[in-house]
Ligand binder design. Structure first.
Ligand SMILES: [Fe+2]
Ligand SMILES: [Fe+2]
Length: 521
């Protein structure tokens, strides 16, 4: 493409000479005789070079130069001054303002050609560099924005992963079904920021009906009597994947027919809870608090929480099954000892009831309560090693017999020490005859050295022994027995346990319950 050169001079002869020379060199020459027309042509043509006379009739050449350089975008256009006197001061001001070079009149055409060639070459190199820099800058900006975007995404993903991890940990660790369902409901409402949810589950694996197990955002009564048949069209429509399905579509009224009950129209999504490819429950989730639609992330989150809840439910079921097996093992052990010792029949069961009530009253952790329950039931299992005639003897025991009887906590501990599920219970059995003042057996432990479970069992055991007939004496009344226990507080028994026990015994409902279950009190 031909390059434009703007030549500004008030002398037509100079213009002619320069135009002719430059045309011959292949440039397209635009001429201007005064400053005003020069500025207009400059704006319109955007030439590759300006040759500018310093002396113009209507404006100082240096002023013209300044105006040409006023616009940032035009600053790369080189300007070559023409000066008739070659005066140094003018030259210097031109350079100060960024002119490329100057020519002195009369112009030497050879010099003109050489300078123009040099300037244009320099300009085009500078232009190329400029463009390259621009391109690089654009690329760097783009990369930077990209980086910021990726960084934000990563942060979000890390947060999501952390959330998912803690949800899955929480929901799969809880072994009590009711506790699990509550945690599950709170997690769904909190994580998705929704206003309501309801959870329906099969009562048992073979049950034909899903019934309400948990609700948030509505009173439970709203869904009273609502049951979802396992084989209804709605359940079939939900399918066999734990994937959320939208149940309410404003432009499609057919969903109403599909719902098993119109009350469920309060929810937006239904998600099945699957365990080993079998549907065990359905979670209904209501609108978001923000009134926005669920995002794909919300739906993934919902699916994930439901999957975790499914695993949690299965864990809880297996745990319960295991506990039932353990319990029946323990019951078998107890029935063996009770068969041998007629006077202790019912004793273990009552001791367990007192001990569990104390542990609950003292707010001990669930796991501790479970250990205490087993410990209370099994505390006298060591009596299996004591001869029946000793156990049932009406007269005072002799030294040898007494020694055998006193070994029962140790014998009991050794009977159950290899049963893994009773690991925390072994020490409770071993220490149930220790005294608070350190004068008990077998190890003479004192105060809080004695496991809390043993201190509880000791009170429960003592009270039941006093309130039941023994081969050597008649049963005491509850009030008498309670006074004896209180007398032993701080000596034989832990004062704190005695205090809790007294509260239980003074509780009318507890007494009534015990009276109904056991004939004596
Ligand atoms: Fe005992
Ligand atoms: Fe006992």
């Amino acid at each position: 493409m031909q390059e434009d050169i703007l030549v500004v001079d008030d002398d037509p002869d100079v213009l002619d000479i320069l135009s002719e020379t430059l045309n011959k060199r292949g440039y397209n020459v635009v001429v201007a005789l005064d400053a005003q027309s020069a500025l207009r042509s400059f704006k319109r043509k955007q030439p590759s070079l300006v040759i500018l006379d310093i002396m113009l009739p209507d404006m100082d050449g240096l002023e013209v130069f300044k105006r040409m350089r006023a616009d940032q975008a035009d600053r790369y256009i080189p300007i070559l001054f023409l000066s008739s006197n070659g005066d140094l001061e003018t030259k210097l001001s031109g350079f100060d303002m960024g002119a490329e070079d100057y020519l002195v009149k009369p112009v030497s055409l050879k010099e003109l050609n050489a300078k123009i060639g040099k300037i244009l070459k320099r300009t085009s190199q500078a232009q190329a560099l400029w463009e390259e820099r621009e391109a690089l800058e654009t690329e760097v900006t783009k990369e930077h924005e990209n980086y910021i975007h990726i960084n934000k995404q990563l942060k979000k993903q890390v947060l999501a992963m952390k959330t998912l991890f803690s949800i899955s940990q929480d929901l799969t660790r809880i072994l009590e079904l009711d506790e699990l369902i509550n945690a599950f409901a709170l997690t769904i409402v909190g994580e998705l920021r929704i206003s309501s949810m309801a959870f329906f589950a099969l009562v048992s694996e073979n049950s034909k009906i899903l019934s309400l197990r948990g609700v948030k955002g509505f009173r439970k009564e709203k869904f009273a009597g609502l049951e979802i048949p396992r084989d209804c069209a709605f359940v079939e429509w939900l399918g066999t994947r734990a994937k959320p399905k939208k149940i309410v579509r404003s432009n499609d009224r057919t969903w109403v027919k599909r719902l098993p009950d119109i009350r469920l129209a309060a929810f937006e999504y239904a998600t099945p809870i699957m365990i080993k490819d079998k549907m065990r429950g359905i979670v209904f989730t209501g609108p978001k608090l923000s009134r926005d639609d669920y995002t794909p992330y919300d739906l993934d989150m919902l699916q994930f929480i439901c999957n975790s809840a499914g695993v949690g439910m299965e864990n809880a079921r297996l745990f319960k099954e295991l506990q039932t097996t353990y319990l029946s093992t323990v019951k078998t052990l107890v029935s063996i000892i009770e068969a041998k010792d007629s006077y202790t029949r019912g004793h273990t069961e009552r001791v367990a009831e007192y001990a569990i009530a104390i542990a609950e009253r003292m707010n001990l952790p669930q796991e501790e309560q479970r250990r205490i329950a087993f410990g209370a039931v099994l505390h006298d299992i060591g009596k299996l090693g004591v001869l029946e005639k000793v156990l049932n003897k009406k007269e005072q025991l002799d030294t040898e017999e007494w020694k055998i009887l006193k070994a029962h906590p140790e014998v009991g501990a050794s009977i159950i020490e290899n049963m893994e599920f009773l690991t925390g219970t072994v020490e409770l059995v071993r220490h149930h005859h220790e005294n608070w003042n350190g004068k008990g057996y077998p190890d003479g432990l004192k105060g809080e050295e004695i496991p809390i479970g043993s201190r509880i069992i000791a009170v429960a055991d003592g009270f039941d022994a006093m309130t039941t007939d023994r081969p050597y004496r008649k049963a005491l009344k509850w009030t008498e027995a309670l006074s004896t226990i209180k007398e032993g507080s701080g000596i034989q028994y832990d004062p704190e346990v005695v205090r809790s026990f007294e509260e239980i015994i003074r509780d009318k409902n507890f007494r009534k319950r015990m009276r109904e279950k056991h004939s004596n009190p």
